[in-house]
Design a protein around this ligand. Sequence first.
Ligand SMILES: [Fe+2]
Length: 288
Amino acid sequence: MEKDYYDYLADLFEWGEKLKNEIMSSKITEEEKLQAIFQVEQWQEKIQSLIGSTIPELEDEERLLELRNEGEAFISDITRKKSESIPYGKHQLPPLPYSYNALEPYISEQIMRLHHTKHHQSYVDGLNKAETALYIDKKEPVKHWLREQAFHGSGHNLHTIFWYNMTPNGKKKPSGEILRQIEKDFGSWAAFQKLFTSVANSVEGNGWAVLYWSPRSGKLAIQSFEKHQLFQVPDTIPLLVLDVWEHAYYLQHKNDKKTYIENWWNVVNWENVNKRLKEARKVKWELY
Ligand SMILES: [Fe+2]
């Protein structure tokens, strides 16, 4: 446990180093660069003081969560500063907020590395190619490129949610606003977990299980997506997504999808799901 704790702190520190490199190579002004680097370095100092402390106290767990949240806030701030929008064809693979072996034993390092650097990267590349063809080169046939945009765009966005939906410090049960809403809409945490698990197991071939917020109904709901782009419900906001493509578990569990899904519940980042729910609730549509 202690080893995990210090390893995770070291990962967070390393993440800060990567962020600084990103900041230096970004297009923001020199002054903004200095400010952003200063912010990251202050954050790293806090991490170092925890690394320097001898035995992790109970409250250090909380501190760890705070630090990670702070780090995520930097990323969002810095990416926004870099540009107000992503130009067509210029999407990038988002960095993982933990190391490739951080989710072990639940998800192996080998899978995480391949999944992030190869599979997700190919969706980023495919989306960039489709957008360049559609909006810049005006290539035909449009129908083909639209399909590519839907497939790769959905793949890119879902994987981005998926990485942040997970953490090595997963709590076994949600808390806060998401727990209250789950109990309100599904009756209990156990009932929700059972239904979500069953939805994930029901996916034929490749797809996702998705918990989403529906601003149209003011409720949570669960849906399975086929591949990345089929069976989606428009005007809803995914909060928690589970990748049940074979590439997400085959190297570790062969065709035993059930065990992969059971293991996954141990690494869910409920803080992140809560954060997404809070943001999603800002969309106020009329209820129908
Ligand atoms: Fe995937």
